[in-house]
Design a protein around this ligand. Structure first.
Ligand code: AMP
Ligand code: ZN
Length: 434
């Protein structure tokens, strides 16, 4: 499986995190049944990077090294596992040149004024993924046609680099690759001519993925490029796509200062991946509440290491995730399980349900914290955890002395601070109210 990864010239925003999180979950689900090799590339040569380096008056690798590190740190806080392979474009220029040469030999590309262009008219299947008709595209073309292009739809495989830009020697002079050829060449090198799954954001369907298909199938005499395509919907704010150009971005780097990675992860998984996800404070609030529920349910469940390792995720969670990564359904199943657990008095049954909930969390990359730490991190309605625990002990004492009005007064005080007490066989537990 191949996912188009970040272009590293800035911190990632939460929209950028959506594909990384959603497709991380897909790899976790696939790995239960299949042997998977997962590559997520890094685009570390690009005109936006060049511009950022020029603006800061530093070499490009100073920009890219900084943001690759930041990206990987942010992803790890979101519970995104490292891909098996993380190929960098700058380390695969040789492979890109070889692929361009193949396309030239097979008459799918032409050289013009130091550029090499893909000849879209040589590929009758062009438009197959984005369901666009080539003739309509040409008729409706509004792009200004560069003089070296035979047709406005032809796209750049290689372009010349002037001295201030990074460049590599090639049969066409010093230059740099176009963006699309990077992914075709890296995917070929690490995963072969045909891959099973190609993933990315919906904005990449056209032209990026359409062009990857054209390059790879034409270089490989028609061998299929990707058997399945999966694309995530956009994350939007106030119904506008979150994007750097609109200036409505929320950087992970900033958001992680005020909330936990798990809350963001759950929020990103709260909508089905193909649907748009409208982001607001409410999204984070709802995710926090749901995690409170999960942590509250497993808080007093004591499992041995073996019991924890042997537990299987709930069948309903697996079923939902195996059905096109239906995360809303999987989370609803987790929620239902937490509720059942809370209502159960039988301690053997409680243990079983708790182990299953935790295993579901392991699969989804959730409930990875120690529950006490989770509740200690803020969910105290102004009271410290020690305060709350002390009040609970006082309440227990009052109850065993049959002083029910004192016990009720403590319960009410806690309720006023947004803390709800639930009595169970293991004793009283507390959680934040909705
Ligand atoms: P970029 O670094 O701009 O190339 O984007 C990296 C990834 O983030 C691509 O797969 C994009 O499709 C995805 N992406 C960018 N903006 C959004 C958004 N607002 N919602 C969802 N995905 C996005
Ligand atoms: Zn790509």
């Amino acid at each position: 499986m191949y996912l188009c990864g970040p272009t590293v010239y800035n911190y990632a925003h939460i929209g950028n995190a959506r594909p990384a999180v959603v497709f991380d979950l897909l790899t976790r689900v696939l790995r239960r049944k299949y042997k998977l090799i997962y590559a997520r590339n890094i685009t570390d040569v690009d005109d936006k990077i060049n511009q950022a380096a020029l603006d800061a008056d530093v070499p490009i690798d100073q920009i890219t090294t900084k943001y690759i590190k930041a990206y990987n740190e942010d992803m790890s806080v979101l519970g995104v596992k490292s891909p098996d392979i993380e190929p960098r474009a700058t380390e695969h220029v040789k492979e890109m040149i070889e692929m361009i040469q193949l396309l030239l030999e097979k008459n799918h590309a032409y050289e013009a004024e130091g550029h090499v262009l893909f000849d879209v008219s040589s590929n009758p299947d062009y438009g197959i993924l984005s369901k666009r008709d080539l003739r309509e595209m040409i008729a409706g073309a509004r792009v200004e046609v560069a003089p070296y292009k035979s047709s406005p739809q032809d796209f750049v495989l290689w372009k010349p680099s002037s001295r201030e830009f990074p460049g590599w020697d090639s049969p066409w002079g010093r230059g740099r690759p176009g963006w699309h050829i990077e992914c075709s060449a890296m995917s070929k090198k690490h995963l072969g001519n045909t891959i099973d799954i190609h993933a990315g954001g919906q904005d990449l369907i056209f032209p990026h993925h359409e062009n990857e298909i054209a390059q790879s199938t034409c270089a490989h005499d028609g061998a299929p490029f990707a058997r399945y395509w999966v694309h995530n919907g956009f994350l939007s704010v106030g119904s506008k796509k979150m994007s750097k150009s609109l200036g409505n971005v929320l950087l992970l780097h900033d958001l992680l200062k005020v909330t936990s990675g798990e809350v963001i992860r759950l929020a990103l998984l709260s909508a089905h991946y193909r649907q748009p996800l409208e982001w607001s404070d409410q999204t984070l609030h709802a995710a926090t509440r749901m995690l409170d529920r999960f942590y509250g349910a497993v808080r007093l469940i004591d499992l041995t290491k073996a019991e924890r390792q042997e537990a299987e995720p709930p069948a309903a969670v697996i079923e939902a995730l195996e059905d096109d990564i239906n995360t809303p359904k999987a989370l609803a199943a987790m929620f239902h399980l937490a509720r059942t657990l809370n209502k159960t008095d039988d301690s053997v049954e409680r243990k079983k349900l708790g182990a299953s909930l935790l295993a579901g969390g392991d699969l989804m990359g959730l409930i990875q914290e120690n529950p006490d730490k989770w509740f200690g991190d803020g969910a105290d309605g102004g009271l410290s955890v020690e305060n709350i625990e002390m009040m609970l002990t006082e309440r227990e004492k009052a109850r065993s002395n049959k002083n029910f009005s004192a016990a009720d007064a403590i319960r009410d005080r806690l309720a006023n601070c947004g803390i709800q007490i639930e009595d169970s066989v293991e004793g009283a537990r507390w959680r934040r109210t909705e």
